[in-house]
Design a protein around this ligand. Structure first.
Ligand SMILES: Cc1cc2nc3c(=O)[nH]c(=O)nc-3n(C[C@H](O)[C@H](O)[C@H](O)COP(=O)(O)O)c2cc1C
Length: 331
């Protein structure tokens, strides 16, 4: 039997396939199906600080800002003592998963204020999360803010959280940094146990009828995986923290490439939304077969063997083949 286990964020996972944040990990039934299909851990959908505050404001408005008789409103419409808000529901879900599953459960947080990141992060840790993923979805649109200031937001957040959180912490990053490799190194120094490369920025669309901006979410395609594979290969031998690949991993070939490049875990989302949780078992079987055909004894034996420093042609991961690539195109 081939050993598929991998080390990720200090956790021993039975294999490298981890369903990432999505509605699938947000309900118990699908999470159990994922575990049954061999998922090695799951990442919960993000808890959004913004959404918790919004909900609280709506309740306050309902109770205290009524047009009529607002002073007495609290007694007419008291908040039921068993009312559960978004945070409570998230923590309940985390508790249920922890008591129903045997695999590690990674909580995900999207904060807006330092105090929010810290207080919600502590709640998730206390509720039993095995690790905390920071979903920092920040679009740097302010022309006055320079690149260093943007990076410092991430680093300061991590430094503050690190002082309060004693479970492994990983950060989900976008690819939009001037120097991804430098940023990952700084995050490691600031205490990150891992990084997840790369978050997909969703591009808002313009509705041509109403001329309004409308949200637009499309599932990924397999083409997106090569960007992740390249950066994991470039970074692998320069850092010791865990590396997870996310974005475009639909086919076993791409998952294997990410592992060869040096990923400790490969996150799956679109493919499972598209094909169902059970597809995890198909991918695992394909991974077993690929390793067996090439006489590997374990995933760890092949992990990182085609990272930049191990590759036969290291420069090919950087720029040297740019010219060849352009010239190789035939109309
Ligand atoms: C419907 C949907 C909901 C998602 N929700 C979250 C979320 O709450 N937090 C998060 O960090 N990523 C979220 N993601 C991003 C995925 O976890 C994943 O990183 C991204 O889709 C790229 O992986 P993929 O190509 O396998 O889909 C979501 C993606 C989808 C499609």
């Amino acid at each position: 039997m081939i050993d598929l286990s991998t080390q990720y964020l200090g956790l021993t996972l039975s294999n490298p396939l981890v369903p990432s944040s999505s509605p699938l990990t947000g309900n118990l039934e699908d999470a159990k199906r994922l575990e049954d299909a061999g998922a090695a851990a799951i990442v919960l959908p993000s808890l959004f600080e913004e959404s918790v505050h919004f909900e609280q404001k709506q309740i306050d408005k309902y109770i205290y800002s009524q047009a009529l008789g607002n002073y007495e409103a609290e007694s007419f419409y008291p908040v039921p003592t068993d009312y559960k808000g978004e945070l409570d529901n998230y923590l309940d879900h985390l508790h249920h998963l922890k008591s129903s599953l045997n695999i590690p459960v990674i909580a995900s947080l999207n904060g807006i204020s330092t105090s929010g990141w810290i207080s919600f992060g502590k709640e998730l840790m206390q509720a039993g999360a095995d690790a905390l993923e920071l979903n920092v979805y920040y679009v740097a649109a302010d022309p006055i803010q320079n690149g260093e200031e943007v990076e410092n937001r991430y680093l300061e957040l991590l430094t503050s959280l690190r002082q309060q959180i004693n479970i492994p912490v990983t950060m989900k990053l976008s690819s939009q940094f001037s120097s991804v490799a430098n940023m990952v190194t700084k995050l490691q120094s600031a205490g990150a146990n891992g990084v997840v490369l790369f978050n997909r920025f969703y591009q808002p669309d313009i509705d041509l009828e109403t001329l309004r901006i409308k949200p637009h979410l499309e599932l990924s395609t397999a083409n997106e995986s090569l960007l992740r594979i390249r950066w994991i290969a470039l970074i692998r031998s320069r850092v010791t923290l865990s590396l997870a690949a996310t974005g475009g991993f639909h086919r076993i070939e791409d998952i294997i490439k990410a592992l060869l490049a040096g990923a400790d875990a490969v996150y799956l989302c679109s493919v499972l939304l598209d094909k169902g949780p059970e597809y995890c078992a198909t991918l695992l079987q394909q991974l077993q077969n690929w390793l067996a055909e090439r006489e590997y004894e374990s995933v760890q034996q092949m992990q990182g063997s085609v990272c930049q420093s191990c590759a036969l042609d290291p420069a090919a991961y950087e720029h040297s083949n740019y010219f060849d690539v352009i010239k190789s195109y035939r109309p």
